[in-house]
Ligand binder design. Sequence first.
Ligand code: ATP
Ligand code: SF4
Length: 324
Amino acid sequence: MNTVLSVQNMNVTYVNKSKRVMAVRNASFSISKGDSLGLVGESGSGKSTLAIALLGLLPKETTEITGKAIFLEDTDLLSISEKEMNELRWKKLAVVFQKAMNSLSPVHRISTVFEDIYRVHEPHATKEEIHAATVRLLKLVNLPERVYHLYPHEMSGGMLQRVAIAMSLLHSPQLLIFDEATTALDVVTQGQILKEIVQMEKELETTRIMITHDMSVVSSSCNKVAVMYAGEIVEFGYVKNVMVHPQHPYTKALLKSFPALKGEKRKMESIPGFLPDLSKEIPACVFAPRCAYATERCRAEKPLFHSREDGSGTACFLTEGGAD
Ligand code: ATP
Ligand code: SF4
């Protein structure tokens, strides 16, 4: 399989005057062409920080990004300059944020925005070329051609997010990052858009990271999942396995905190306790203060991430000898 993104021992630290917040800690994973990875965890677990760091959008003065290696195909993201990173954006790496289109100027038609983005990398493209490329993409996200001539305020939230998705595809990027891109939509529209995304990816063979706190979004639109807790990836695997046989106690608790995805209804259970203070080193299991299975060892030693040949694995002493 062609590896699109390979992240080894990535750390991201916010450096403020009074403290250092270690928001991503020693994260390692890789995804291949055509994969859709759900990056899931409760609020504050470091999902957006990891993604925004990959996009090179964190301010250099107040953040430190380190790691053994972070490669987007053959590009070393740790060593490229800001100028090179700008050249990658849209072309190799694109992002769709939550309510992405709210940031658009209400006085410009959608066509103007598409033309501006297209000409970032194709400065001599004609209006006709851009129109043809855009209409094809609008069709993929189930929008009619007339949308091209509308102003943002003339569209619904669902239409706007579809336009944002089409925009992210303009330069056929190798990797798409969706940061809570469907969260603000009603359940029906979200469901429709997720279906369209999956269908569109079959046609275009894109690779996607889907940041969400919602396990049902992962379940319906991803083939792999990385579960983050307190800046660490505590479980990584195939959605079909993790949803049915989660290994890490945090993944199990997270799944119980959502309505059953299939089968009988069950009571939802919240996870008692809070995330640890990320400005401190944690020389133990990050989940120990909230884990029902924690032992003295868990409070004194950090479990290593044990991965299998296919990349799946967990960071938990309970699974050291293999899956249960
Ligand atoms: P959410 O789902 O709420 O977006 P998240 O999992 O994406 O959460 P992040 O937003 O990446 O988490 O935040 C990870 C940690 O980094 C949190 O503890 C957050 O408070 C902290 N953090 C985020 N931005 C900054 C910043 N600019 N300075 C200091 N700490 C920050
Ligand atoms: Fe719980 Fe210990 Fe596993 Fe951490 S290492 S998740 S505390 S059992």
